[in-house]
Design a protein around this ligand. Structure first.
Ligand code: URP
Ligand code: ZN
Ligand code: ZN
Length: 461
């Protein structure tokens, strides 16, 4: 099968030029000023950007959490991701207490098998890592699961102690793996939550008011210190605020290989979402919570100057009806997480490029290339180059759309960005050369996505 994309403006993390692309057998076969080869399919990209497919390295499809399960499974969630120009997700498998790492991974393989429309990889959340189980991390890395998430939050559920974090960092580092850290001081947060509930503070806004930025920044500081002691790198997930960013910036300025992602919710939303009437604020109950508005420009600055490397979504949707409502009388029982996988590319393009905060190359880098490099997918993914997978998005930089639950494809009954107008729309999406989205319509079949056996974590500065 041969496909030619003509007349587009190819933008990667480093390039920006007009050329045609020939795709053969799912790979980029040739890039040239003009390609007149015979093709089975010709796509005209005139007036549009031709960019590497987005990589979202932080999703939770079908995740049992907070007494329920995230409402997108691997079928609905990857279709939604594709609509928004994301062609790869890295989802989080979970090892529960008592499980061997392989057992945990098998459960997530079964969840994804036959359902995905785009390619996918896994990180592994580890919750039970006695010394005897640490060597299993190497076997995970050998199987292409080269990153692990550890939690400093959620005592009794996900939290692991500092000694475990330190030892896991040593093993990961020695074997080319990477620790992704949920950095929040969960022990202190739990004490604050208990105090709030004892005072009768049960509304959704108390989720935010019981998770101070300093509790996150302390976790970030500790995670980086532990990585320094272990002599390895660390990747901070869902960084939400300026205090935490300062910890990462200071470490990087000192030469520590610390990396971090933020998410659209922290770039575009602010604390006022929790002050909406009634139970409405539950829609934004996620961890870390959404912060005061002034943090947003600090995060953009971090993205611009590479103190933050990646924008992921932490997509973890729960319906407002029945799921978020589990916490109607107690904010601590509201399942933590929100939807986002579909709108990341448009939101970041609009807030970043259209509003003049970052270049179009940096847009590609933070939505695709950097994640490919950090998580062992580059150069197969994350760029458009001869030999790379033809994961390509044809993106209209001028078209506008209004985000709404009425039109989105995520399996959730609300949008965090309802009514927000954005410039920059994904039109056509190719995954390994197959057209998955054509002019906004899903044209593929679930099950075509492949598991990505990732390489070792490679850490770009
Ligand atoms: O609220 C969130 N972020 N839910 C998903 C789990 C996690 O900590 O990433
Ligand atoms: Zn987390
Ligand atoms: Zn998450």
């Amino acid at each position: 099968m041969k496909t030619v994309i003509r007349n587009g403006r190819i933008v990667t993390a480093v390039d920006d030029y007009n050329a045609d692309i020939l795709i053969e057998d799912g790979k980029v076969a040739m890039i040239a000023k003009a390609i007149d080869a015979e093709a089975d399919k010709v796509i005209d990209a005139k007036g549009r950007l031709v960019i590497p497919g987005g990589i979202d390295p932080h999703t939770h499809m079908d995740l049992p959490f907070g007494g329920t399960s995230s409402s997108d499974n691997f079928e609905t969630g990857t279709i939604a991701a594709a609509h928004g120009g994301t062609t790869t997700i890295i989802d989080f498998a979970v090892q529960y207490k008592g499980q061997e790492l392989n057992e945990a991974l098998d459960v997530w393989f079964a969840k994804a098998e036959g359902r995905t429309s785009i390619d996918y990889g896994f990180h592994l959340i580890c919750t039970d890592l006695p010394d005897s189980r640490l060597p299993q991390m190497k076997s995970m890395i050998d199987q292409g699961v080269s990153s692990f998430k550890l939690f400093m939050a959620y005592p009794g559920v996900f939290l692991v102690d500092d000694a475990t974090i330190y030892k896991a960092m040593q093993v990961a580092g020695a074997n080319g793996g990477l620790i992704c850290m949920h950095a929040e001081n969960g022990v202190v947060i739990d004490a604050i939550v208990k105090q709030a509930l004892a005072e009768g503070k049960t509304a959704p806004k108390y989720h935010a008011l019981t998770r101070p930025t300093k509790a996150e920044a302390e976790g970030v500081h500790r995670a980086i210190a532990l990585a320094e002691i272990a002599g390895t790198s660390v990747y901070i997930v869902h960084l939400s605020n300026s205090d935490s960013l300062e910890e990462v910036t200071r470490a990087r300025d000192n030469g520590t290989p610390a990396y971090a992602e933020t998410c659209p919710q922290y770039l575009f939303l602010d604390y006022s979402v929790y002050e909406q009437p009634g139970f409405e604020g539950a829609k934004w109950v996620m961890t870390p919570p959404i912060r005061e508005k002034w943090h947003q420009e600090k995060l953009w600055r971090g993205l611009k100057f590479n103190d933050l490397q990646v924008v992921s979504t932490d997509h973890c949707p729960f319906c407002f009806k029945e799921q978020k409502e589990l916490g109607l009388n107690d904010f601590s029982k509201i399942p933590n997480g929100g939807p986002g996988v579909e709108h990341r590319m448009s939101l970041v393009y609009n807030g970043g490029v259209a509003q003049g905060r970052i270049s179009v190359n940096r847009f590609v880098e933070i939505t695709s290339t950097a994640a490919a490099k950090i998580f062992g997918l580059f150069p197969r993914k994350g760029t458009i180059a001869v030999g790379s997978d033809a994961d390509i998005v044809i993106f209209d930089p001028d078209e506008e759309m209004t985000i709404s639950a009425k039109t989105h494809h995520m399996n959730v009954d609300y949008s965090c960005y309802e009514g927000m107008k954005v410039r920059g729309v994904t039109k056509t999406v190719l995954s390994r050369g197959d057209v998955v989205i054509e002019e906004g319509k899903y044209v593929a079949k679930p099950g075509r996505g492949q598991f990505l056996k990732r390489g070792l974590a490679f850490s770009p500065r």
